[in-house]
Design a protein around this ligand. Structure first.
Ligand code: KG4
Ligand code: ZN
Length: 348
């Protein structure tokens, strides 16, 4: 509909330079430039390398998105940008660009929370989010369970990882198995040929004694160590490492905990919508297991298509569009790039 807001979103919190354009809940463009290959040989994202790559990519990516959507910056109703959390230098590039374009084109600017944007992107695929909803956010830097009472204003953290993020565990285990970075998609692929019940890896913070204080928290560091010990023992014995079985058993342990706690959060609060977002939400086993287990309890699972799960500009535009529609005031022009922006701050 032509009266819905046309919003451009800029994402630069990690290693993807993303510019997305939406009208209401309709995705018009999703341009992406990734520096992932420049980080691969270091086995993780190098902040300075990421910042420099954003600087080089931001203007061309912006131009590509506008061309793809068939609009000009003058047509846009608002510009949204990831204000945090993320890498400080990387965020700064996006925030500075958003301010520059906003001043030049005289547009309002919304500094938004990257994690809320991972939830909002689902509206591009499934329409408005029923509220309240439970959100499971699983990415390379975060693993959280949230209650979303109002996606524009009121997000309540229920729990989070106390050590590694889920994506980080995927990346570390992949490295251990000699798979490339980022490892999540490679583990996903290897696991298809493996037996998820081959090795009984630990499920962190699920024992009765842990549930008292950490019912909705996660811990993946013990799991990662258990996989490392198991692989080392094999290698020491001079036996081959069954990569597919290790990948499948590890993935099963992660998904089992994520899905179990997410469903517990839904059931205990009587909420029947579960939205899963963030890079790890692209995992095929997580998606299938969530569908299957949630279905038994009448819980509807919403997961954006895999390409929208990993970082992109469309998710920022989607949240921006939601904020405009909800009547939230734009940010001030001195809005910060805040690497530690709290989960509860949807827009700054
Ligand atoms: O959301 P995202 O693109 O960036 C952050 O905000 O961190 O998430 C990246 C993470 C990486 O750890 C990557 O390995 C993981 O998402 N990931 C996956 C899959 N695709 C990406 N993990 C498991 N299975 C996948 N298919
Ligand atoms: Zn992310």
């Amino acid at each position: 509909m032509a009266d819905e807001p046309l919003v451009l979103g800029i994402e630069t919190s990690c290693d993807e330079t993303g510019v997305g354009i939406v009208r209401g809940h309709t995705l018009l463009a999703d341009a992406l430039a990734s520096s992932v290959e420049e980080h691969a040989r270091f086995g993780g994202v190098v902040p300075e390398v990421a910042s420099r790559a954003h600087l080089e990519a931001i203007v061309p990516t912006m131009d590509r998105a506008l061309r793809e959507a068939g609009v000009t910056i003058a047509d846009v109703d608002a510009i949204a940008v990831t204000s945090g959390p993320g890498l400080a230098g990387a965020l700064l590039v996006g925030v500075a660009a958003a301010k520059g374009y906003a001043v030049a084109a005289e547009k309002p600017v919304y500094g938004v929370n990257h994690l809320a944007a991972h939830v909002a992107v689902d509206t591009l695929e499934h329409g408005p989010l029923p509220e309240p909803a439970i959100a499971l956010l699983v990415s390379g830097g975060h693993s959280s369970l949230l209650r979303v009472d109002d996606l524009a204003r009121d997000v309540v953290p229920l729990g989070a990882t106390i050590d590694d993020a889920a994506g980080e565990a995927f990346d570390k285990v992949a490295r251990l198995l000699g798979l490339p970075f980022p490892g999540g998609p490679y583990i996903d692929r290897e696991a298809r040929a493996g037996d998820p019940a081959a090795i009984a890896f630990p499920r962190g913070l699920t024992a009765a004694k842990d549930l008292a204080g950490h019912r909705y928290d996660f811990s993946f560091s013990g799991l990662k160590t258990a996989v490392a010990r198991w692989v080392e023992a094999r290698q020491r014995a001079g036996e081959p490492v069954p990569v597919a079985d290790v990948a499948a058993s590890f993935q099963e342990a992660v998904c089992d905990v994520l899905v179990g706690k997410a469903i517990d959060a839904c059931r205990s609060s009587g909420i029947d919508t579960l939205v899963i977002g963030g890079g790890v939400a692209a995992n095929s086993r997580l998606r299938a297991m969530a569908e299957q287990r949630a279905g038994k309890h009448g819980i509807r699972v919403r997961t954006p298509r895999p390409k929208l799960c990993t970082d992109n500009g469309a998710m920022v535009a989607a949240l921006g569009s939601h904020l405009v529609a909800a009547g939230v005031a734009p940010s001030r022009l001195d809005l910060p790039a805040d690497s530690a922006l709290p989960l509860t701050v949807v827009s700054v």
